[in-house]
Design a protein around this ligand. Structure first.
Ligand SMILES: [Zn+2]
Length: 350
C-alpha cells in the first residue's frame, strides 16, 4: 500500500470524538486483510489483533477521533449555534467551511459566518469572537428548513478540507492529528502481515482521545498489555516566531520520541529501547520536547496494574486547526521505527 492514498482516505474521513463510525469503517477495510481478528468495543475503539508465539502482549494505539463542533441551537432564521469538541483556539474557527454530519449519515456543508471589516467597530476589530458568538450558515432560511435538511441538535461537524499532496513530499490535510498515527499503524500491520510475531500485537484505533483519552483507557483494561506504544500526530512548531522549548518537534527530522508530557513520564528503559531500535536500523529520530500535551499513552500506563508505555509521533504543523501540514518522509520513518520496535520488542525488554 502506498502511504499517501491511505493517509488521504483517513484524513478525509469524518470522525469527531464520539462519532467515529465513518473513519472506523475506512480503517477496518484497510486492516482486515492483515489481522487475525478485528472487533469494535462499546466505546467505539477498533481493536485489531495479531497473535504471536507468546501470550505477552504489546499494544499499539493511535486515536481515530478528531476535534470538531456540535450543534447546540438553531436560530429562527436558520443559523446554527455550536459548541466545540476537543481543544480549539476560537480564533482559527471563523470564516472556515464546515461539514455537518446528520443522523442519517448525510453531510451538509456550510460556513462559519464572519462580518466584513467594513462594518466592524474599532472594538470588534481588536477582540476575537467567542465561540458562543459564532454561527454556522448552511444557507437555510428558517429553523424549519434546517430540520427538513436533517440537521438536529447534537449533530457533529468538522472544519473540512480535502487532503492534498503539495510539492516535494509534504501533505496538507485535516485531522492529521491523529490520522497520521492511524496511517502508521495500518502500514505496520501490513508490513508485519507475513512475519511470525513473538509477542501478541494488539492495535487499538482509539475513540475519544481528544476529549480525555476515553477509548484508550477502556481498551487497555480489556487488552491488559505488558507494553504499549502510542503513535501520535504531534505539534511541530518549526515556524517563524517560535523558539526554544515551544518548538516541540520539527518536520523532516523523523519520528519524535516522547520523554515526558503532561500525561506521562516515559520510563528511561522505554526511551532507550526506542533509541536502540532507531540506531540499529539507522532510522533518524528526534525528541518531543517536554512537557506539553498528552497522549493515549498517559491513560494506558496507569491502567490495570500499570503498563510500561511510551509514545512516538509524526511531527505535524497546525494541529487543532482547519489544515495541518506534514512531511511523508516522517510518516515513512515512523512506520519503519514502529515496525522494527514491534518485531524486536520481546528482545528489547528481556
Ligand atoms: Zn492527537
Amino acid at each position: 500500500m502506498d502511504t499517501l492514498p491511505v493517509l488521504q482516505s483517513l484524513s478525509n474521513a469524518f470522525g469527531v470524538s464520539g462519532f467515529e463510525d465513518d473513519v472506523r469503517g475506512v480503517i477496518e477495510r484497510h486492516v482486515a486483510p492483515f489481522a487475525d481478528s478485528v472487533r469494535t468495543d462499546v466505546l467505539g475503539n477498533l481493536i485489531v489483533t495479531r497473535h504471536g508465539r507468546r501470550e505477552r502482549t504489546l499494544m499499539l494505539d493511535a486515536h481515530m477521533d478528531e476535534v470538531g463542533l456540535m450543534i447546540n441551537h438553531v436560530e429562527d432564521d436558520g443559523f446554527l449555534r455550536f459548541t466545540t469538541i476537543g481543544g480549539w483556539d476560537p480564533r482559527v474557527l471563523v470564516a472556515h467551511a464546515v461539514t455537518i454530519r446528520t443522523r442519517s449519515g448525510a453531510t451538509v456543508r456550510g460556513v462559519i459566518g464572519s462580518l466584513p471589516p467594513h462594518i466592524l467597530t474599532a472594538e470588534e476589530r481588536e477582540k476575537p469572537v467567542p465561540v458562543d458568538g459564532m454561527f454556522i450558515d448552511v444557507g437555510a432560511r428558517s429553523a424549519e428548513e434546517v430540520t427538513r435538511w436533517g440537521i438536529r441538535l447534537g449533530d457533529p461537524a468538522v472544519l473540512a478540507y480535502p487532503c492534498e499532496p503539495l510539492r516535494d513530499g509534504t501533505v496538507l490535510g485535516k485531522a492529521l492529528d491523529d490520522r497520521a498515527g492511524c496511517a502508521v499503524m495500518v502500514a505496520v500491520l501490513e508490513r508485519l502481515a507475513r512475519e511470525t510475531l513473538d509477542l501478541t500485537l494488539v492495535c487499538n484505533f482509539a475513540a475519544g482521545e481528544e476529549v480525555g483519552a476515553r477509548g484508550a483507557r477502556t481498551a487497555a483494561y480489556q487488552i491488559m498489555p505488558e507494553l504499549a506504544l502510542a503513535i501520535e500526530g504531534t505539534i511541530a512548531a518549526d515556524v517563524p516566531g517560535v523558539s526554544g522549548p515551544r518548538r516541540l518537534t520539527r518536520l523532516g527530522a523523523g519520528p519524535a520520541i516522547t520523554l515526558a508530557d503532561r500525561s506521562l513520564i516515559v520510563s528511561p528503559r522505554f526511551v532507550q529501547a526506542l533509541e536502540r531500535v532507531a540506531e540499529e536500523h539507522r532510522i533518524p529520530y528526534q525528541y518531543k520536547r517536554p512537557a506539553f500535551g498528552g497522549t493515549d499513552a498517559g491513560a494506558i500506563h496507569t491502567s490495570g496494574g500499570g503498563v510500561l508505555a511510551g509514545a512516538v509521533s509524526v511531527p505535524c504543523r497546525y494541529i487543532h486547526a482547519p489544515l495541518g501540514l506534514l512531511r511523508l518522509s516522517d510518516v515513512e520513518e515512523t512506520i519503519r521505527l514502529v515496525t522494527a520496535f514491534v518485531a524486536d520488542a520481546d528482545r528489547l525488554f528481556e
